[in-house]
Design a binder for this molecule. Structure first.
Ligand SMILES: [Zn+2]
Length: 243
């Protein structure tokens, strides 16, 4: 399989933030369900989100509030919020166009199922089924993206309703090591391909710096993702009976 240099802007581990922009149109976007025709998400993220919600029987309690947004929608949201909520609030909770994870199709805002929910800051408390969702999310490839302790790095205030799909086992490793995505992307630089993998949960993970073209022999369960910064992350599932 040939990996092209420009593909570093694609994949489940792309970093999108105030200084790493996302200007593409993502592939494989699907509608959440007939009940939520306006909520869209990338296919694999959607399948895993539904599995997670099903595991805790959250159907009637947790609803999707906002998923994939086009650049135009993000722009509109940003400017409407500026007008209605002012600069301070908007800066805190609404990303500028092309710096929002929602444009990747990999981010979902979830909320408590109440009639008049807040679109920008929905309620997603830290008890009961909401807490349960938070606990199992990493098993399904999701992380709570914006926490209080990391806001100096992410430049986004705590958003307990915003979950980002990064895929398994990355979600689990980030949670275990208390890394936000910015920190995790940096941390992975240590694990250079092919000699020095990060070995976790039955996977080997490598970093490959940007090159014109990389030729890799990938197996079915292997996965490669750009980091939208300076390279690729290769995730290889170890053989079942390997030691
Ligand atoms: Zn969000």
């Amino acid at each position: 399989m040939k990996i092209r240099k420009e593909d570093y802007k694609k994949g489940y581990l792309i970093l999108v933030n105030y200084n790493h922009f996302y200007t593409q149109i993502p592939e494989n976007i699907s509608v959440f369900s007939p009940n939520f025709p306006n909520i869209k998400l990338e296919n694999e993220a959607l399948i895993n989100l539904k599995k997670a919600l099903q595991e805790i029987s959250a159907k009637d309690c947790i609803i999707p509030i906002s998923g994939y947004r086009t650049e135009k929608e993000q722009r509109k949201l940003y400017h409407t919020s500026l007008k209605e909520n002012g600069k301070d609030y908007t800066k805190k909770f609404v990303a500028k166009p092309s710096t929002s994870e929602h444009q990747t199709g990999l981010a979902i805002d979830l909320g408590k199922n109440i009639e008049n929910f807040d679109f920008i800051c929905p309620s997603f408390p830290n008890y009961g089924i909401f807490k349960k969702f938070r606990e199992i999310a990493p098993e399904y490839g999701f992380i709570e993206r914006y926490t209080e302790e990391k806001k100096n790095i992410t430049k986004i205030a705590k958003e307990e309703w915003h979950f980002r799909y990064v895929s398994y086992p990355h979600s689990k490793i980030m949670t275990e090591l208390h890394f936000c995505l910015e920190e995790y992307i940096e941390y992975l630089h240590e694990f250079s391909y092919p000699t020095n993998p990060l070995k976790k949960y039955g996977y080997k993970i490598f970093f490959l710096p940007l090159q014109e073209e990389i030729e890799l022999d990938l197996k079915q369960n292997d996965c490669i993702s750009g980091n939208n910064k300076d390279g690729f992350i290769l995730t290889i599932k170890e053989e079942e009976n390997a030691t």
